[in-house]
Design a protein around this ligand. Structure first.
Ligand SMILES: *Cc1c(COP(=O)(O)O)cnc(C)c1O
Length: 490
């Protein structure tokens, strides 16, 4: 399978690249992204065939349909990491919460958030490509809290890869910070920044674009890459769980094969939602994909009005920080799929130069045929957390809670919904404790204990253990010193 570029071809890069190439340098001509030339058709036959398959069997067959240039043994090793999730027989449980509402839990991996779904196998794949080519890679990551731990966990002690992970000191939860600063491996460097997430993100973008930095790395025989969610190597693993979740509904007798469902996705950079869209195009029966946001609701406005408008807009901090994003990168792949490369390039150029684009009426109708959207603010979210817990016995995190509003406002009740839960309660415990008991300003450890008591849930060992683990990564610096610090580490 070849990969092509969402904004067309600038004649400097190859027009077609392999999967490996798209992973190693994810940015394409004119700043675009790589997409598969065509999506494999799976259809009903594939779904029927996998009705009784394990997650790994389904995943392995789906990946083989993409005909990517990765050895089967590597894929097997990558998928075997799902065995380390909570339930060896099923890494992604799907639970009934209300009449017609099912929640697919994507957080049962080592860092308790959905980033593990893609980053766990991705680490094996990237490291194996680097080894095969006899190249060394520096992976840069900037995190508001979930990507960092997942990237460190997956690349820990992997050959031919080093990771430098930037996080805003004081800008993550205690659990998220501890997951990073207790990671002890010679190929990992965690750097706290005196600043906010945007400072970390901007530093990362600057370094990725800097010829001087690249040249400096070359003298050490190191190439630069990034593990952010525009990388197709992550997206490909995010198609699988949407297919799996549909099959789970059929297995549970909640739906019959062929009946359409809503996929309701708490969205930030749109990687999760894009995986659902691709699964739909490949044959999963979907009525619509519902995009749930927090107060940073550019996606709601895009889908309701056709306008992507960043003018005078600033990111606001919310209780669902992993969704505090305004430039939602993977939307570009939807534009490409619906409107083609010329129009995509035009729209993305408008966004970059004018901070604004607007779809035509026809384009908006097409977008709305596939997507609907709503947003949920922090107070509403807390109410959903509380009500769903006390009325339905289901505990959810503040990201997942954004789906509850759009479930009410965007779906017809006779059609079943699969909503995606992207984080365990342990990762955002102060907000959840506040929602359940009203307690304010608790530290993570106190909040974890009070939720554990109220909800009669054990704090998982991997979370509890963090508080006793030795902090080995204690670099905290000013943002001006990031480059120097990374070079020192290398
Ligand atoms: C990353 C993340 C999201 C957003 O996912 P996208 O694929 O970027 O849309 C939502 N919730 C949590 C907890 C996350 O970590």
């Amino acid at each position: 399978m070849n990969f092509i570029q969402t904004r067309g071809h600038d004649k400097n890069r190859p027009q077609y690249v392999t999967f490996s190439q798209a992973i190693l340098s994810p940015i394409a001509s004119f700043g675009g992204l790589y997409v598969p030339e065509n999506l494999p058709e799976l259809g009903k036959e594939f779904l029927n065939k996998h009705l009784n398959s394990s997650y790994k069997e389904l995943a392995s067959d789906m990946l083989s349909r993409f005909e990517i240039d990765i050895d089967e043994s590597v894929i097997k090793e990558a998928l075997d990491l799902y065995d380390n999730f909570d339930d060896v027989s099923n890494p992604v449980p799907v639970k009934k919460v209300k009449e017609n509402l099912y929640i697919s839990e994507l957080y049962h991996g080592p860092t308790r958030a959905f980033k593990d779904m893609a980053l766990q196998p991705f680490g094996v794949v990237l490291s194996s490509i680097a080894q095969k080519r006899n190249e060394n890679y520096l992976i840069l990551a900037a995190t508001s809290g979930d990507t960092g731990p997942a990237a460190l966990e997956t690349f820990k002690n992997r050959a031919n890869v080093q990771v430098a992970c930037l996080y805003p000191d004081g800008g993550t939860s205690d659990v998220q910070r501890l997951q990073m600063v207790t990671e002890d491996a010679p190929n990992l460097k965690v750097i706290g920044i005196n600043g906010v997430f945007d400072d970390a993100q901007n530093a990362l973008k600057r370094l990725l674009a800097s010829d001087d930095f690249r040249a400096e790395l070359k003298t050490k025989n190191i190439s630069l890459s990034a593990a952010n969610s525009v990388n197709f190597g992550r997206i490909i693993f995010q198609i699988i769980y949407h297919i799996h979740s549909y099959l789970e509904l059929v297995r549970q007798g909640a739906t019959v094969m062929g009946e359409k469902v809503y996929l309701n996705v708490p969205s930030g950079n749109f990687g999760n939602a894009l995986g659902g869209y691709y699964a739909w195009k490949m044959g999963v029966p979907v009525e619509k994909i519902i995009i749930s946001s927090n107060e940073n609701n550019v996606l709601t406005k895009l889908i309701k009005t056709g306008k992507y408008d960043l003018r005078d807009l600033h990111v606001v901090g919310t209780t669902s920080p992993a969704m505090d994003i305004l430039k939602s990168s993977n939307v570009e792949r939807i534009l490409y799929d619906m409107f083609g490369l010329e129009r995509t390039r035009e729209l993305m150029e408008d966004l970059e130069t004018k901070n604004f684009y607007e779809l035509t009426q026809d384009e908006l109708v097409r977008l709305q045929n596939s997507f609907d959207a709503d947003f949920c603010n922090g107070e509403e979210g807390k109410k959903y957390i509380k009500d769903t817990f006390y009325n339905d016995g289901y505990l959810m995190d503040p990201h997942t809670a954004t789906c509850m509003k759009s479930y009410e406002t965007c779906s017809s009740p006779e059609i079943k919904t699969i909503a995606y839960s992207t984080a365990e309660w342990t990762k955002f415990s102060p907000v959840i404790a506040n929602a359940l008991t009203g307690e304010l300003d608790a530290h993570d450890i106190e909040a974890l204990e009070s939720i554990s008591k109220v909800a009669k849930l054990d704090i998982p060992d991997m979370v509890k253990g963090l508080f006793d683990k030795e902090v080995v990564q204690n670099t905290i610096i000013e943002k001006e010193d990031i480059e120097k610090e990374i070079l020192k580490f290398l």
